[in-house]
Design a protein around this ligand. Sequence first.
Ligand code: SF4
Length: 411
Amino acid sequence: MPEAAPPIATVKLMKKLMADHFLGLDQAAKAGSPKVAWCTSVGPAELLHAMGFDVYFPENHGAMLGATRMASNTIPTANAAGYSPDICSYLTADVGAFLQGVTPLTKAYGIETVPKPDVLVFNTNQCRDVQDWFEWYGRHYKVPVIGVRTQRGVGEVEESMVADVASQIEATVPTLEAVSGNKFDIDRLRETVDLSKQCTVMWKKVLEYGAKTPAQLTFFDHTIIMAPAVVLRGKPEAISFYETLLAELIQRDEQGLAAVPGESFRLYWDGMPVWGRLRMLGDLMNSLHTAIVASTYCNSWIFDAFDAADPFSSMARAYLELFIVRDEAFKEQYILDHVNLYGADGIVFHDAKTCPNNSNNRYAMPQRFLEMHGIPTLVINGDLNDLRCFSDEQAKTNLEAFVEQIEELAA
Ligand code: SF4
């Protein structure tokens, strides 16, 4: 049996990077310079960096609230303020935390509060919740909320769509100039788009270590080491981090280390992580000798289209080509391609109660995978942050039965 893999050493470097990121934002917000822009996870971060902003991603903060399980206490506060338990639990966890005056940044970095925004910039390519979320803070701080309203359910990404989104991104420039006090410089934008492109290329290579047999990394590793690709894309630090990580992965591969000792089965994960139960689920999959080798979620930070030669249009295309923006037929083919690429034996669909946008089981896709492609599927009910919607026992029983089913099919 291959040796169990020791922890990834480069993660220590990431902890330092993330500390520098949040401490830098805290300092900028207190000093009033550089200005702070809040950005949705797939908003135009490259433009914000090019305009000289420090960029903060509230969804990352939402995930921290989930991973630390603080969300369970903060969600009800947002519910009481009128934000439904049925809407995005990143939003409710985050707004509830703000109303309570708490943040996981305090324990992690000694930071008292999230950095005050000077401007909030959204992209509705993923959902409407992000706009409502940002508008709550915009009203609170009385600062501009601007953004891009993107087509959804896209089949082919057409030139007219790219032109529309590119012009919307470009239309944010005058506000960003006024808030930052900096003049827009196309060459600076080309640089940040190029940095994001380099980051995305390396992140893709990292994910491909899940395709090795046995897998060198699993979904549970990906959810940790993806942080620089999410919050530092467009910055050189993200590139040097992934260079170091890839060098370590090459070595680990040569040593034949397995992420899941005795790997017998491989699964694909679709949908959001259950942030507060990653450890439990990771341990469970290890005990079942089953590696979750890839996920739609972690692959979502691969932006093939970035092109420094054509920054606005290529950003628009990259953000339109995103999985979550696409129609059902595209999504089905995408998942099928990735199941094949990563050699997965089955698919786990996470039906996240508060995120219909990232739950792809609701229109019979699992049934189609079984009937049309012969790929076994399992639907797990849960949520990204609201653990009232997740049962450890039920998830455990269902996953154990699913692996048994796969074992029988393989026999
Ligand atoms: S895509 Fe889902 S998890 Fe992400 S912000 Fe929108 S509703 Fe929340």
